[in-house]
Design a protein around this ligand. Structure first.
Ligand SMILES: CCCCCCCC/C=C\CCCCCCCC(=O)SCCNC(=O)CCNC(=O)[C@H](O)C(C)(C)COP(=O)(O)OP(=O)(O)OC[C@H]1O[C@@H](n2cnc3c(N)ncnc32)[C@H](O)[C@@H]1OP(=O)(O)O
Ligand SMILES: NC(=O)C1=CN([C@@H]2O[C@H](COP(=O)(O)OP(=O)(O)OC[C@H]3O[C@@H](n4cnc5c(N)ncnc54)[C@H](OP(=O)(O)O)[C@@H]3O)[C@@H](O)[C@H]2O)C=CC1
Length: 518
């Protein structure tokens, strides 16, 4: 059997979502590890005043592509941007482009989606479900297509505790839902969304479940595989450790904690934090593309599903994540932290509300007061309100755990040659979590916040200043409490003397007993 790189040699690959977090890593890895791939056709839309060509050339200038640029400075010649808006009829692909695609594409990687948890249902449905349906229809017109790889999420079935490598019946027949929402006003859809999504936490997981069902329907006509990654984090090894470029999932939480803004969050210390590095997901995706294509004539007539998770193989827990994130940001602090990094997770609702009041709202109020008094615009309360909204949406995933079957991931690994196992490594047993989390935190500093590592001494100095402010503040608070409450009331003074003498007695007792034992 051909190696993975040999298989991709001379192939034309179509990628949706190439400008996104995972899409970029996919494009980079294909160009670097499969240098003889014929062409990568990227479906991209113009956005924020930039044409699709400008967006793609900006993307290729990004640091992620440094290694490919070194190996092959002309790599951009393999990239063919195609203008496409996935929520438009026919994906808004022009007739000439459609002709080109249908005549030459061999493999499709469908990564595009809206991953926002608060996306209005209609839009999530249009992009995550209807666009998938349209892409499959296009794929059916491609005579040379050998594999269609759909990126789903491990949480598409998060209303179940144990999730196998299979497609579950959808919560509703997608076509029926699409037809009934079509005529409804947005406000009505918004009102009935909670009833429709039922035991799904948001429109994202709900529509991703429906998309799997759409894909399954076509699996007898096409060679399809579904990849279900869990919580995708920074890269582990490739193209370099710690690469990340967004605030999604845990990254935003890590940054907020590193900046000393986030001090408390609801999460279960003992629940498995099913993070998976982005390079692992992409390596598995490319290997699945190869496997699906190579076995297309002998495969069973159903889509193979790959749960791409770490929990069952190399588990790590939210409590451990908290510990390593905090210690990493203490060693490599972020610039201009609001307070010293010290976030604690708790599964207790009341405890969490208490800390939100004391460690979020109260300091924000004080700081905004200071900004007002110094003639500046208050902003801290606004930042905290947005943070609370974001973490409120994530808590569902950090407060419970799931069990995924990773049989197909293991099966795929067993089919790889020793060489491919190294080049397309997705063996998460080798993942050293503390080292990974350290690189992840440094990655958020370098690549998301664009902070310079040479500024670390200044950032440490800033943390020392914050510690001194805290000590001064605590001392003043103690003096204030003493003056206002204790010094003025006889009863409070008596209680105070009673507590002090009790402590004194205990001390004398322990000293006496330790002298006796010696
Ligand atoms: C000490 C640490 C302890 C650890 C504790 C546990 C931590 C982790 C917990 C659980 C992770 C579980 C995740 C499950 C994943 C499932 C897997 C998948 O399949 S898909 C991928 C997931 N998708 C998302 O992550 C989209 C989530 N984001 C959204 O839905 C929106 O961005 C939202 C509602 C959060 C905000 O929307 P807007 O309309 O307000 O605007 P906008 O531009 O998106 O963001 C506004 C501000 O919020 C920050 N932000 C965005 N996401 C954040 C986040 N996750 N955490 C903190 N801040 C975040 C942004 O940086 C921005 O801040 P600025 O204005 O630039 O200062
Ligand atoms: N990140 C994660 O933790 C996880 C992600 N996944 C899945 O992986 C896939 C990729 O996710 P990720 O890279 O993180 O997501 P991103 O949000 O980073 O990227 C989404 C991509 O989809 C494109 N897109 C969105 N809307 C349209 C549209 N109307 N027309 C054309 N293109 C569009 C975006 O293009 P543009 O740049 O123009 O907006 C972007 O390239 C998704 O299917 C997601 O469900 C699964 C599990 C976890």
């Amino acid at each position: 059997m051909a190696s993975i790189a040999d298989y991709y040699a001379g192939k034309s690959v179509l990628i949706t979502g190439a400008t996104g977090f995972m899409g970029k890593v996919l494009v980079e890895k294909l160009l670097r590890s499969c240098p003889h791939v014929r062409a990568l056709y990227l479906l991209v839309r113009p956005k924020a005043g930039q044409s699709m060509q400008e967006r793609v050339s900006d993307m290729m200038k990004c640091k992620l592509f440094d290694r490919v640029r070194e190996d092959n400075p002309d790599f951009h010649q393999k990239i063919v941007p195609i203008s496409s808006e996935l929520i438009q009829p026919g994906l808004a692909i022009g007739p000439e482009d459609k002709e080109t695609l249908t005549s030459c594409i061999n493999i499709i990687f469908h990564c595009a989606a809206t991953i926002r948890f608060d996306e209005p249902l209609k839009h999530a449905l249009q992009l995550n479900v209807m666009a998938t349906q349209q892409l499959i229809s296009l794929a059916q017109q491609m005579p040379h297509l050998q594999a269609f790889i759909h990126i789903s999420t491990a949480y598409a079935n998060c209303n179940r505790r144990h999730i196998d490598d299979i497609i579950y019946p959808p919560p509703v027949e997608p076509k029926k839902l699409i037809d009934s929402l079509e005529w409804m006003e947005d406000s009505i859809v918004r009102d009935i969304t909670p009833r429709l999504i039922g035991d799904h936490p948001n429109t994202y997981t709900y529509t991703k479940a429906l998309a799997e069902c759409v894909v399954q329907k076509e699996s007898s006509k096409l060679s399809i595989a579904i990849i279900r990654p869990s919580i995708v984090g920074a890269s582990w090894q490739e193209p370099f450790p710690g690469w990340i470029d967004n605030f999604n999932g845990p990254s935003g939480v890590f940054i907020a904690a590193g900046k000393g803004i986030l001090r408390t969050m609801r999460a279960n210390n003992d629940a498995v934090a099913d993070l998976i590095p982005v390079d692992v997901v992409i390596n598995l995706t490319l290997a699945a593309g190869w496997y699906t294509a190579v076995h297309r004539s002998t495969r069973p007539k159903a889509a193979l599903v790959y749960n791409c998770t770490t929990g069952g193989i190399n588990p790590f827990h939210w409590g451990e994540i908290e510990h390593h994130v905090m210690s990493s940001f203490k060693r490599n602090p972020l610039e201009q932290a609001f307070r010293r990094p010290n976030a604690n997770i708790t599964s207790n609702y009341l405890m969490n509300q208490y800390w939100i009041l004391v460690s979020h709202r109260f300091p924000a109020l004080l700081y905004d007061l200071y900004l007002r008094l110094s003639g500046q615009k208050p902003q801290m309360m606004r930042i905290f309100n947005r943070l609370h909204k974001a973490i409120g949406l994530l808590e569902y995933f950090s407060s419970q755990d799931w069990e995924w079957n990773s049989e197909n991931m293991n099966m795929l690994m067993s089919h790889l040659s020793p060489e491919d196992r190294k080049t397309f490594n997705f063996d998460v047993r080798q993942l050293n979590w503390p080292e990974y989390i350290e690189n992840y935190c440094i990655g958020t500093k370098k690549y998301v916040l664009n902070e310079d590592m040479s500024d670390i001494p200044a950032a440490r100095q800033h943390l020392r200043k914050l510690r001194n402010i805290r000590y001064t503040f605590n001392t003043l608070l103690l003096v204030f409490i003493w003056r206002v409450f204790i010094a003025r009331s006889q009863m409070a003074r008596n209680i105070w003397y009673f507590v002090v003498s009790l402590c004194f007695k205990f001390l004398s007792y322990f000293r006496a007993s330790s002298t006796l034992t010696n």
